[in-house]
Design a protein around this ligand. Structure first.
Ligand SMILES: [Fe+2]
Ligand SMILES: [Fe+2]
Length: 216
């Protein structure tokens, strides 16, 4: 499905720029370029939020709810949407530090790391659980394609600037952050989401699972 392929390719761009952002904030405050800080902010606002997260929420999540009959008020969809909101809040909190107004360095670096890690965990959850589950569930309900849209000129500029930032601030080779696949790695697992099986499986998926377990 083209939209899902696009979203997945966008994840690769976003996670690279997030890594570059860690490299950028690791430099002493006086050595950091304010223009580059603004370019990071612009990338996350315009490309990650306005382009990427918005298409997930407005197209993909809506189709999962309305056409595949999946709950949007709990489980993976609610968790992913809540992540988007929480990350937008974290980013808003970073703006002052990026615009050169942060007077305390340690909290700024901590919130920058919290934002990057939240983004990475979110991307892992979508890549390993949400996206692979979307296609078969939509297809079973007769949905084989979903609409997408081209980038606006501003989103295009944000992406181009993001790629420049990745070249200028190479992401750390070992970011020291545990990442991984599946529900078990998702911070929301057992907190706001009981995991894919309990949230999304229907009766016949459970029957099939039990048959397999019983060797049938
Ligand atoms: Fe997302
Ligand atoms: Fe995403």
């Amino acid at each position: 499905m083209k939209l899902i392929d696009e979203l997945q390719a966008e994840h690769a761009e976003i996670e690279q720029v997030a890594g570059a952002f860690l490299t950028y904030v690791a430099a002493p405050a006086r050595a950091r370029s304010i223009e580059d800080g603004a370019a990071f902010l612009q990338f996350f606002r315009s490309y990650a939020n306005h382009f990427h997260h918005a298409r997930e929420e407005e197209t993909l999540f809506v189709a999962l709810r309305d056409r595949a009959g999946l709950p949007a008020d709990r489980g993976p969809i609610a968790t992913m949407a809540a992540d988007h909101e929480r990350m937008a809040g974290l980013l808003a909190g970073l703006a002052a530090g990026l615009e050169g107004g942060a007077d305390t360095e340690a909290p700024f670096r901590e919130s920058a790391a919290a934002y990057v890690h939240a983004l990475w965990h979110h991307i892992d959850a979508e890549n390993s659980v949400l996206f692979p589950e979307c296609e078969p569930r939509l297809r079973r309900n007769g949905v084989t394609e979903l609409p997408s849209r081209p980038m606006t000129p501003e989103e295009c500029r944000a992406l181009a600037a993001g790629r420049v930032l990745v070249a200028r601030y190479p992401p750390p080779p070992d970011p020291g952050e545990m990442r991984g696949e599946g529900c078990i790695m998702c911070p929301a697992f057992g907190v706001t989401c009981r995991g894919l099986e309990l949230e999304w499986w229907n009766e016949w998926e459970w029957d099939e699972f039990e048959d397999r377990m019983n060797g049938g």
